[in-house]
Write a protein that binds this ligand. Structure first.
Ligand code: ATP
Ligand code: MG
Length: 442
């Protein structure tokens, strides 16, 4: 059970600043767009005398009339009290404890007790599962302290279900209206606390099409090297999230205008053949990926990194120049090792990329009429290579290759479906094997 000694908000006596409260008539957040399970949680907390606010990206996206990815809740109930109210609740977190409330279809809603100003989110280690040994670190705060230690003003707004109002301690509503990304507090101080916030500034500016407040941009330019102090694994995870966000192109474009890109993907900074310029071959392909993600494609990072590695080899400006370059196979493995020099791409992921690209090369160098003999359905990277061909396909020849690969995928799916059916119903199988002792049906 969680060890929850500091059971009372520690800052209850502190004089909190007064927030600006926007009543229902002054904002567009409607309950009907909030996840019904999140509503249930908030209603139950409120009924038991607690405050319960929808916080963070959920409120921001509702105000921007976008569909939120997740609905996080903040409350003045401590994790132990939350657990007492919800049977489907688990307490997680080593340093800072949070409640996870579980629903059908693997849905989890996070309920966090208001955090203290001394306890910035975003630093490492606070989301890891733990057994509660560091509970003495738990320091709870108030709604105000919780708002001020968030990253951006547009991410620091609260929606209060008990009054249907938006509570704004940080000026987020004005910045949303003006299309401005502003860090809460002094940007230099906040970046020093957690350098990943610089990436979050770029992400949210690019995703929403907002501009970055000049002081904040200047702080990034002056402090970009701080990013080297963040954990490489965390940075890789952040970049991965951006590449699969459906806004990879604008995010990479804005990153390349900042001094951060040199520490992340310097391959994009090659001056002679800029990949990210609007209308370039690469930008067009990346825009296709973004649009696939926006229409619901479930992508993994492998085909995206494979595509990048392909472009980093020769910086092609058209599909043809690509093929010419790759007629000679070269040393693919060496090339992949030399890609992503600054990004902590795990070894396994690099191996997957290599597998995808070697299959791609094989496909491109095999004459069309012999493609069907390649036994494609047995290849591990068939799905990834299909994405690659699909994104790059813009001439009849590559369209035909894509068609062959798609057929192979369909065949493979059929075989797999058949196997699954046989596993569920062994009597349809050849019977008698693997412990199936039942008599065969005649
Ligand atoms: P997304 O739509 O990408 O999920 P988000 O704003 O919800 O955007 P999360 O990473 O889910 O991003 O974080 C949830 C909230 O936690 C943020 O809105 C912000 O208020 C706060 N937050 C996240 N990371 C940090 C950080 N590094 N420093 C301070 N606050 C943070
Ligand atoms: Mg979120």
């Amino acid at each position: 059970m969680e060890n929850d000694r500091n059971d009372q908000p520690t800052e209850a006596n502190r004089k909190d600043p007064t927030p600006t409260v926007y009543p229902r008539s002054k904002h567009n957040v409607s309950r009907s767009y909030i996840d019904p399970d999140a509503l249930k949680i908030m209603y139950r907390l409120i009924r038991h005398g607690y405050r319960a606010y929808l916080v963070g990206g959920g409120v921001r996206d509702l105000l921007l009339e976008k569909i939120p990815k997740d609905f996080d809740i903040a409350t003045d109930a401590t994790p132990r009290k939350i657990k007492g109210l919800f049977r489907n609740c688990r307490i997680i977190g080593r340093r800072f404890k949070l409640a996870h409330i579980y629903f059908k279809n693997n849905k989890i809603i996070e309920v966090a007790t208001f955090r203290d100003s001394q306890d910035p989110i975003g630093d490492q280690g606070d989301e890891t599962e733990g057994n509660g040994t560091l509970a003495a670190d738990n320091r709870y705060g108030t709604a105000a302290t919780d708002a001020f230690r968030r990253d951006l003003t547009i991410n620091g707004l609260f929606y209060d279900l008990s009054t249907f109002s938006v509570i704004d301690y940080v000026g987020g509503m004005n910045d949303l209206r003006e299309g401005l990304i502003r860090v809460i507090g002094e940007p230099e101080v906040r970046f020093l606390e957690d350098p990943v916030r610089m990436l979050r500034v770029i992400r949210h500016a690019a995703r929403a099409g907002f501009s970055v407040e000049p002081k904040c941009w200047a702080a990034i330019e002056a402090n970009h090297e701080l990013i080297l102090q963040a954990s490489p694994v965390r940075i890789y995870e952040e970049i991965k999230k951006d590449l699969l966000s459906g806004s990879a192109l604008p995010i990479l474009q804005l990153l390349s205008h900042s001094s951060l890109m040199q520490h992340l993907l310097p391959e994009f900074l090659v001056v002679d053949t800029p990949l990210l310029v609007e209308g370039s071959f690469f930008a067009t392909v990346l825009a296709r990926i973004d649009s696939d993600v926006q229409s619901g494609a479930k992508l993994t990072i492998t085909p995206v990194l494979s595509l990048f590695a392909l472009f980093f080899a020769s910086y092609p400006t058209s599909a043809e120049s690509f093929h010419t370059y790759f007629e000679d196979k070269g040393d693919l493995s060496d090339h992949i090792q030399s890609c992503f020099v600054k990004l902590a791409v795990p070894r396994k992921e690099r191996e997957r990329v290599e597998d995808v690209l070697s299959l791609w090369l094989k496909l491109m160098s095999t004459p069309l009429e012999r493609l069907k003999k390649l036994n494609l359905e047995r290849r591990r990277s068939l799905d990834e290579v299909t994405w690659l061909l699909y994104w790059l396909s813009d001439d009849p020849d590559s369209d035909q290759r894509l068609a062959v690969v798609r057929e192979a995928r369909e065949r493979r799916k059929k075989v797999r479906r058949g196997r699954r059916r046989n596993r569920r119903d062994p009597q349809r199988n050849d019977g008698g094997r693997a412990g199936d002792k039942r008599p065969k049906l005649l």
